[in-house]
Design a binder for this molecule. Structure first.
Ligand SMILES: [Ca+2]
Length: 302
């Protein structure tokens, strides 16, 4: 013990003589992509972490955990310097940002990923305190609507509107049987002033630059029904969207009568900014008659 104590004092003295006490880089944290984020495109993808004040270089590791076709390293980039130079890392005093180069885009195929960073100086290596973080890469179109065909059943095996949220729902309802559906066995019957059903989409599935489409099969019994479904997207940017007031809206409009189910589509929307809220609303605003709707689909495509 005495020897170890003397050795400790000796090392401390040497450290002080040397001007610093030898130590690996101070603790730091990974920042983005945040844990469990959905990533849709490699172009523009960055990895950021808080700067470790005494790191000389950083090593970035990105692994694909599994996608059944390849397992392993997607990015192993070592000796990255904080300076803005020929490597893909640049650090400010607070934040380091690694921008994925175009040469690595093809490495990102759909699957689950983990990533971590080591900070390095002459005295050692420190891994990010919160590393590794995880994210999912999915470049495929995603269906945002649940129970858009009105075929889901509850515990008693009866048709259920869940997860549609009803508002002022009076006479409008699910109907099953011949004449009420486009596919399956059921559809939604909308009566005049019969109320509204809506779904709020998971905004984490919606990214700036994605294309949003809306379609459904509608039968109007000859009445021109007008707007029967619409998606309102509210952005996090106050002047975003065609409205320049922070929102966009696309609508499914049936201005000519139909005697059977016909497919209708809204004009596609390219998301103008990060999304704060997106709601699909379904209702018949007419004053007479009834309108049937089925196979409501909203697809977001990177
Ligand atoms: Ca159906």
């Amino acid at each position: 013990m005495a020897f170890l104590k003397k050795l400790g004092v000796l090392l401390l003295v040497l450290g002080v003589i040397g001007g610093v006490i030898a130590a690996p880089p101070v603790a730091f944290n990974l920042l983005t992509p945040e844990d469990d984020l959905l990533v849709k495109r490699a172009a523009g993808l960055t990895f950021t972490w808080s700067a470790s004040s005494d790191a000389i270089t950083y090593d970035l590791y990105v692994f694909r955990l599994s996608d059944n076709t390849r397992i392993g390293e997607v990015i192993t980039d070592t000796g990255l310097t904080p300076a803005a130079d020929s490597d893909d890392l640049t650090c400010t005093a607070q934040v380091c940002t690694f921008t994925v180069p175009a040469s690595l885009y093809a490495n990102f195929t759909d699957g689950r990923y983990s990533w971590t960073v080591n900070a390095i100086n002459v005295d050692g290596t420190t891994e990010a305190t919160n590393g590794p973080l995880f994210f999912t890469f999915n470049s495929q179109p995603i269906q945002l609507v649940f129970n858009g065909g009105f075929e889901d059943k509850d515990a008693a095996n009866l048709p259920t509107l869940v997860p549609w949220v009803p508002a002022g729902l009076t006479t409008s309802r699910i109907r099953c049987g011949t004449g009420f559906f486009n596919t399956g066995n059921c559809g939604f019957e909308m009566r005049a002033n019969g109320g509204t059903i809506s779904q709020t989409f998971n905004r984490r599935l919606l990214k700036e630059g994605d294309t949003l489409s809306l379609s459904a099969a509608v039968q109007t019994d000859v009445i021109p029904a007008g707007v029967v479904a619409s998606i309102t997207v509210r952005y996090t940017v106050a002047d975003a969207g065609a409205s320049e007031r922070g929102f966009d809206r696309i609508s499914l409009t049936v201005n000519t009568g139909t005697t059977g189910f016909d497919n209708f589509s809204a004009t596609n929307l390219v998301l103008d900014a990060p999304v704060r809220r997106a709601i699909l609303s379904v209702q018949y605003a007419g004053t007479t008659g009834r309108v049937y709707i089925d196979d409501i689909s909203a697809i977001v495509t990177p």
